[in-house]
Structures are given as structure tokens and as C-alpha cells.
Design a protein around this ligand. Structure first.
Ligand code: ADP
Ligand code: MG
Length: 690
């Protein structure tokens, strides 16, 4: 459809925001609403009230003298009442290029009396410059509750208002896809009513509800978005359940072999989770299961048990890990566990030599390696298995959907077990992994003492070093870590190298200090890790390469430098490297000055060691987009809904979707299926529903 007011330039700006169709535009929600019903002339204004005026700029200037540093921008406005309003914006030097005498502007804010100037004023009002074009439909922008949109390029909130209003005026109401039976029962308004009130709320609508996104119209649109997402996922789950797969046999011999492997008595949670996995594996359909658990809860051991089931049934197992360090770590762990059982464990990574790769590929293809661990190298075209029965993906969120599919295709409908290194908040798990069944290990192995976490500032570092020395003298080991965000691994490496020199030469010349970072050749990394594991190295200075998987129970101190710069999940993960033995462990967070958000993060960590709680806080503090960092793969794009704000609507939609799939009216089901088939992929950017 042609939208009035959208030429090629605007179309490109809209496109860049992901708005390429009329439908996209219609569900582009305002991010807040303003009550501009109280429109007055300047002469009518009274101090203390919130009001809107439409007035002309008379003077506008960036304040000179000392206040220039504040970027104080002052303007006076006047209107037909001839009274004058003084308006101030601080830190707003940019306004010098925006506001010019003669312009007509809508101002919305709190009226004050400026006793210094002896005049009515507003400080930091919302403002909108009204063009002639706007004059025509001024009624859209003032005198009502007004939607405020995030700008897209040069498309301002006003332009959005006009475009969307135009579309709503001219469009024939689109059909409502949401099943009528659900709409009736939940008393949701129909689509067209909902869309209109989302953008131009009816007069009596409560502003607080609007800004909380809890009007019936908003609830309906949020619910609908979640509903289709969850329904699509439910359809996927149920069709996967009908696919035929491998039915692994779980007999006494397999149980005996598992017992033989186990280095300790599994916790009750590990037992329960294994039972869930084993039941899946025994079914003649492919397993699709997510294994969640806090750092150190013993997920790897459960994965090993599952692997034994597959291997004893004559199948191979492959495990995909996101980094070389982690792959190597898993390789040693499993080789060690499986030695007694006579299984062959293989490692394949990007830094394997050509000869090693060729050999490993041959062994895999001939079925001579039972358990293969690897990085992306495992996904290469020419890596073939003789009989892959179980595919394990560690840290799924680092892999995209396509990589997951490619991995799974190495076998014929193998069972799939996905593991996460850090707990994921339930809402996010439902959105991201909604097509998987979930098992949770909610208990740590016995004898673990909760880690004591302390926050210190950089000027207290000497205290940290003396504490560290005491621990080393008591026979323990320690990590000193420079966390790196993806782009700044080099910076972190430099900081770690510098600290390494400082600690090894100045602070602890008498102790054995080691250095580990991502750029080291794989062999050197391994040598450094081995030396730390054997207890020869007492202090390991490192970048975040040790973030996941490292397991040295004698290490009891984790010092994290520049802790304010990193996300909660990452800090929690790092902290999980200690507290793995019987001794009391400590985590020391060293920071510079903190802003509000980083203070909140640090406080959360000091107060809690519960990974699930921390993950929830992380999601709240950083928002869904940032939770896993910017490279999050496979996150569906939500438009109206927000998984932090709308968690309970997500739960509702999930229940409704699965009930509907199980027992919705037939005709409605047929239409719903048709709807997800045609809309799902575009809507959520996820793989197609079967
Ligand atoms: P995760 O992968 O969940 O972070 P790991 O599997 O690495 O945790 O286990 C953490 C540590 O706890 C390892 O040293 C592991 O050997 C040990 N462990 C696992 N299960 C048990 C258990 N049931 N009893 C005692 N120790 C255990
Ligand atoms: Mg692990």
C-alpha cells in the first residue's frame, strides 16, 4: 500500500528501523504518552501546573558568561495573549541550531515562577517545532493525549504521528487473526480498536495505565505478539515430537557403566535431571532438551551420563563448544571420566594441525572416536560421523539457529541436549528456547561453602594483595582476572600483561605467577592451565578466557579487576571458578568510581550467589537486547511486547497457546496454523514453522 508522506528517503529511514510495511508501521508502538489536553495561552498559565502552550519563539540564545559551561540555552516565547514565557534548557548547546525566532513550537512541561527574572518559566519542557504541514493537523499534536515515538533518522515523533494517523484513516480494517474464542474469553478488544487506541488513545484513557502499557488495547497487542510466538513454538515442539528418532535402550548394563564412571554420588537434582533426559532418549523421537543450572551445579557430569547411554547403544556423541579453551577443557574432563570405560575421546578445533584434523575426521567417519569435542571446526562440511546419536551444545546462546541445524544434520535425527553456562531468566528462556523442553539443576554438590564476595575500590588494592598472600601461604591458589568485552580483548590482554609483570616482579617476586590470554597459541595456553591445575602456578593472571569451564578446586580467590565494566552474568560466571572445593572461597571485585547502574550490579553480586536471581537482575538492568551481549543469536524480535515488563503476559500467552493447540476449535486452529506459516518467520525472524 502507498502511504501518503513516505517517499524514497523516508522509506529508507523506516526500513533501517525495521519498518517496511504498513503493518510494521501500525504496530510500531509509542514508547510513552503525554497528556496535552491542558492547552492554554501563556496568559492563562499558573505556576505549578503541567500545561501545553503553542507559542512563537521570540528570542533564543546560548547563555554567555560563566553559564556557558553549562550549555544553558534560553528562549522566550509569546502567543496571541501577548504574555511572555521564559524557557531554559541545560546542557543543550545543540538547541542553538534547532530553535530560531519565528518558529511555532508546542511546549509541554511544568510551569514555574522564575523569581530571578520575575517571569513565568518552564525548565526543560518537551518541545515540538510545528511546521506549516503540522498546522493543518495541529489537533494531532496537542489538545489530547499524545503518543511519543522514537525517531527514525529524520522521521520525528510528529512525522510518525501523522503517518500512522493517515494510515489509520485510510486503511480498511485488517482481519483479526487472534482466535475469536480466546479473544472472547480474555475479553480482549479486536485488532482494529486496539491499534487505534494504541496510537490515539480514547479521551477517557488513564495516562498512568497508558505509560505502564496496561490499557486493554496495549494488553491485547502484547498478548497477541507473545501468543503467536508461543503458538509457533508449540507447533514446532509438537511436530518434533512426532518425528521418528532413535530409541536408546536404558538397560542394566548401561546403568552399570554409568556407575562405573561416576566419580561422586550425584546430587538429587542431577539424578532427577538425568531421569528426564534418559526418558527422552528412550522415546523413539528426537530429544530437544535444554539443561540449565547454576555455575558449578554439575551439568557436565549429567552430560557425561547421557553420553554413556548413547555410546553403549552403539552411537557416537559430539559436543560443540564456543571457544577453544572450553573445548579443550571438556576434552580433558571427558577423557579423564571415560578412561575407565575404554571410550575414545577426540578433540577437533580450528587450531588443530592439518594432520590432526585429517586423522580426527577419519576416526569420526569410521566410528572409532566415541565422544568428539570441538569448536566450529566440527561444523565443517567434510566432518562426518559414522553414527552420531547424541549432539550436545554447550552455551547454546553463542550459536545461531543455522549452526545448530548444521550440527544436528551430522547425524540422522540425533537427540539434542543444549547446555547453558549461566542460568537464563525464565522469560528469556521461554522466548529464546521455547521449542525446547527444559531441565533445571537447582542444587549444588554437597560441601560447598557459599563464596564470600567483597567490593573494594582501586585505592585499596594493597589490602587485596596482602589478603591474597595469606591465602597462598595457606596453600591455596588465586585468579586475577581482567574481563574483556568482545571488542577489547587486546586492551584486556595488555592490562593483564602489565599486571602480570607488576605482580611477578614487584608484589610477589617470591611466588609463582602465571599469565593466560586468548591470543596465546593453544599449546601454550594448555601448558599454563596444566601448571595451574597441578598447583605449580599459584597466581594466575588472565583475561576472560577462563570465564567458562575451568575447574581447579584448590583455587579459592578470584580477584576481578575493573569489575564495574562487565555484566552481571559474566561476573557471576567468573566468580564460579572458585568455591569448587571444601575450603572457604572469596571473590574480590575491584572497581573505580561507580555510576548508579554499576553500583546496583556490584551490590547484587555482593548480596547474592544465586545464579537465577542474578540473571533476573541482569535482565532488568540491561534489558533483553543486551542480556547476552550484542551478539545474541536467534533472539526473536518483539515489537510491542517487552519480556521484562510483560513477563506475566508471556506466561499467560504460553498457557493459552498450548491449550489452544491441544483443544482449540478446529476451524480456528486451521486458520491459526495458516497464519503462523505465513507470518511467523517475518514477524519474529526465526526459522520457519514446519
Ligand atoms: P557446571 O558445568 O554446571 O558449571 P561442573 O560440571 O563443571 O559444573 O561441576 C562443577 C564441579 O563440581 C566439578 O569439579 C565437578 O567435578 C564437581 N561435581 C559435579 N557433580 C558433583 C557431585 N554430585 N558431587 C560432588 N562434586 C560434583
Ligand atoms: Mg561445565
Amino acid at each position: 500500500m502507498y502511504v501518503k508522506g513516505v517517499g524514497p528517503a523516508r522509506a529508507a529511514m523506516l526500513e533501517a528501523k525495521g519498518l517496511s510495511t504498513v503493518e510494521d508501521l501500525l504496530v510500531y508502538p509509542p514508547f510513552r504518552y503525554e497528556d496535552r489536553t491542558n492547552v492554554k495561552t501563556i496568559a492563562q498559565l499558573a505556576p505549578g501546573e503541567m500545561a501545553t502552550v503553542i507559542a512563537e519563539v521570540r528570542t533564543a540564545k546560548l547563555s554567555t558568561f560563566r553559564r556557558r559551561d553549562l550549555g544553558l540555552f534560553e528562549a522566550t516565547f509569546t502567543d496571541a495573549s501577548r504574555a511572555v514565557l521564559l524557557v531554559k534548557w541545560f546542557h543543550a548547546a545543540y538547541l542553538a541550531d534547532v530553535l530560531q525566532p519565528g518558529q511555532r513550537v508546542a511546549l509541554y512541561g511544568k510551569v514555574e515562577y522564575d523569581s530571578y527574572a520575575g517571569q513565568l518559566s518552564m525548565v526543560h519542557p518537551e518541545y515540538e517545532i510545528l511546521s506549516e504541514e503540522d498546522e493543518a493537523d495541529a489537533a494531532l499534536h496537542v489538545g489530547r493525549v499524545v503518543p511519543i515515538y522514537e525517531a527514525a533518522g529524520k522521521i520525528t515523533t510528529r512525522v510518525f504521528r501523522r503517518l500512522i494517523h493517515g494510515v489509520l484513516e485510510r486503511l480498511t480494517p485488517p482481519p483479526d487473526a487472534l482466535p475469536a474464542s480466546i479473544r472472547r474469553r480474555l475479553r480482549l478488544p479486536d485488532l482494529w480498536t486496539a491499534l487505534r487506541s494504541l496510537h490515539f488513545p480514547p479521551e477517557q484513557e488513564d495516562l498512568r495505565l497508558l505509560n505502564a502499557f496496561r490499557t486493554p488495547a496495549q494488553i491485547r497487542l502484547i498478548f497477541e505478539e507473545f501468543f503467536w510466538l508461543q503458538y509457533g513454538l508449540a507447533v514446532k515442539r509438537s511436530s518434533a515430537r512426532r518425528e521418528s528418532g532413535i530409541a536408546f535402550e536404558l538397560n542394566d548394563r548401561v546403568r552399570e557403566r554409568i556407575k562405573q564412571m561416576l566419580p561422586f554420588k550425584p546430587t538429587a537434582a542431577q539424578k532427577r535431571v538425568l531421569a528426564e533426559i534418559a526418558a527422552d532418549m528412550a522415546r523413539p523421537h528426537p530429544m530437544n532438551r535444554l539443561l540449565q543450572g547454576d555455575v558449578g551445579s554439575g551439568k557436565t557430569l549429567v552430560a557425561a551420563e547421557a553420553a554413556i547411554i548413547a555410546i553403549e547403544n552403539g552411537y557416537q556423541v559430539a559436543m560443540l563448544a564456543p571457544t577453544e579453551i572450553l573445548a579443550a577443557q571438556h576434552y580433558y574432563y571427558f577423557r579423564n571420566l571415560f578412561q575407565k570405560l575404554g571410550y575414545q575421546v577426540g578433540l577437533l578445533t580450528g587450531s588443530s594441525t592439518k594432520r590432526e584434523k585429517t586423522l580426527m575426521k577419519k576416526l569420526l567417519a569410521e566410528g572409532l572416536v566415541h565422544f568428539a569435542v570441538g569448536t566450529h571446526a566440527l561444523l565443517e562440511e567434510d566432518v562426518e560421523f559414522r553414527r552420531l546419536g547424541l549432539a550436545i551444545i554447550d552455551e547454546q546462546h553463542r550459536f545461531g539457529v543455522l549452526q545448530r541445524l548444521r550440527f544436528i544434520r551430522k547425524g540422522v535425527r540425533p537427540d539434542v541436549l543444549v547446555m547453558t553456562a549461566t542460568p537464563i531468566p525464565r522469560t528469556l528462556a521461554l522466548t529464546l528456547y521455547g521449542d525446547l523442553d527444559v531441565s533445571v539443576i537447582d542444587e549444588l554438590p554437597p560441601g560447598r561453602k557459599p563464596i564470600i564476595t567483597r567490593h573494594v575500590t582501586e585505592d585499596q588494592i594493597e589490602w587485596v594483595w596482602s589478603f591474597l598472600r595469606k591465602q597462598i601461604e595457606a596453600g591455596r591458589q588465586a585468579y586475577v582476572v581482567y574481563p574483556a568485552i568482545e571488542e577489547s580483548e587486546t586492551q584486556a590482554r595488555k592490562a593483564a600483561e602489565k599486571m602480570y609483570r607488576h605482580l611477578s616482579q614487584v608484589v610477589f617476586p617470591d611466588l609463582r605467577v602465571g599469565l593466560l590470554h586468548g591470543r596465546m597459541p593453544a599449546e601454550e595456553k594448555e601448558a599454563v592451565m596444566e601448571s595451574f591445575k597441578r598447583g605449580e602456578t599459584q597466581i594466575l593472571v588472565s583475561t576472560t578466557v577462563i570465564e567458562v569451564g575451568v575447574d581447579v578446586p584448590n583455587a579459592t580467590v578470584m580477584v576481578i579487576e575493573q569489575a564495574e565494566r562487565f555484566g552481571l552474568a559474566q561476573l557471576h560466571q567468573l566468580r564460579g571458578r572458585v568455591g569448587r572445593g571444601a575450603e572457604q572461597s572469596y571473590c574480590i571485585l575491584v572497581t573505580g568510581p561507580l555510576n548508579d547502574v554499576s553500583r546496583e550490579r556490584i551490590r547484587t553480586l555482593v548480596e547474592s550467589t544465586d545464579g537465577f536471581y542474578i540473571a533476573e537482575m541482569d535482565l532488568k538492568l540491561r534489558g533483553p537486547g543486551e542480556f547476552f551481549g550484542t551478539r545474541q543469536a536467534g533472539m526473536p524480535s518483539l515489537r510491542v511486547a517487552n519480556i521484562v515488563r510483560d513477563a506475566e503476559l508471556l506466561e499467560l500467552a504460553r498457557r493459552e497457546a498450548s491449550d489452544f493447540l491441544a483443544s482449540g476449535p478446529e476451524e480456528e486452529q486451521r486458520r491459526a496454523l495458516e497464519y503462523v506459516r505465513t507470518h511467523w518467520q517475518r514477524r519474529f525472524g526465526l526459522a520457519q514453522v514446519g
